[in-house]
Design a binder for this molecule. Structure first.
Ligand SMILES: [Zn+2]
Length: 234
């Protein structure tokens, strides 16, 4: 594995138990230059061709997630490994298979080494829904879940959930629901990507990570929301 050490990290104060997936709308070389300018980092970056580059040691706290919250826990940088995957569309279109194979192998290795539960592999938009859209609707969560990475759902799990309040269900899964519209779009990016519109302007998507109104009328939304919440109750 190639290395390109970045100096933007500090000491960890708690153990690693989470992986956060990001994407950058550049190739790896360009992305690393933007990190240097912004003084941010990730532990790994996967280039457009699937090559993995290590940027920060996992035992250090890299600066990748920023203000974030999941299951009531803030500042996910403290407990997470950040993996950036390059995508010129900011993850709106499918990723290269070589990238996903590399990511799959890397996640498996890290999950085993640090005893990371599969449901603790999350997207940046999951933990910062009002600020971030990455890794985007094109990220293959369903495929990775079939390989034991990330949470997925079985529609049968919806039956055991009586709750129908969207905010409560999203919160049960782990989302920060302070901005409910943002949380709903983050959920859709992860579990119902076909309803999320493509934004041709990457700059606009970065500045406005979710559409202003939640216009999803798909009946599947509540059923899938209940199914994912139900899978958390196991
Ligand atoms: Zn990110």
């Amino acid at each position: 594995m190639k290395e390109c050490k970045l100096a933007f990290f500090d000491e960890r104060t708690m153990p690693v138990d989470t992986i956060i997936i990001h994407c950058s709308a550049f190739n790896a070389g360009q992305a690393i230059e933007t990190y240097k300018e912004a003084e941010v980092s990730a532990h790994y970056i996967i280039d457009l061709n699937g090559r993995i580059i290590r940027l920060v040691d996992v035992d250090k706290r890299a600066w990748h997630a920023g203000k974030s919250l999941w299951k009531g826990r803030e500042s996910l940088n403290n407990c997470s490994i950040g993996i950036e995957v390059c995508s010129l569309s900011l993850g709106q279109f499918p990723y290269d298979r070589r990238q996903i194979f590399s990511l799959l192998r890397l996640c498996k290795r890290l999950m085993k080494k640090y005893h990371i539960r599969k449901e603790n592999v999350l997207g940046h938009s999951d933990v910062a829904p009002s600020r971030k859209a990455d890794p985007g609707k094109g990220f293959p969560w369903a495929y990775l879940a079939r390989h034991g990475i990330g949470r997925w759902y079985n529609l049968k799990c919806a039956e055991k959930v009586k709750e129908t309040d969207e905010k409560k269900l999203l919160s049960l899964i782990g989302y920060d629901t302070q901005n409910l519209a943002a949380a709903k779009w983050a959920f859709c990016r992860h579990y119902l990507p076909e309803v999320v519109p493509v934004d041709k302007n990457i700059g606009h998507l970065i500045d406005y990570p979710y559409p202003e109104e939640f216009t999803v009328t798909d009946n599947n939304f509540l059923q899938i929301l209940k199914a994912v919440a139900g899978s958390c109750l196991k």
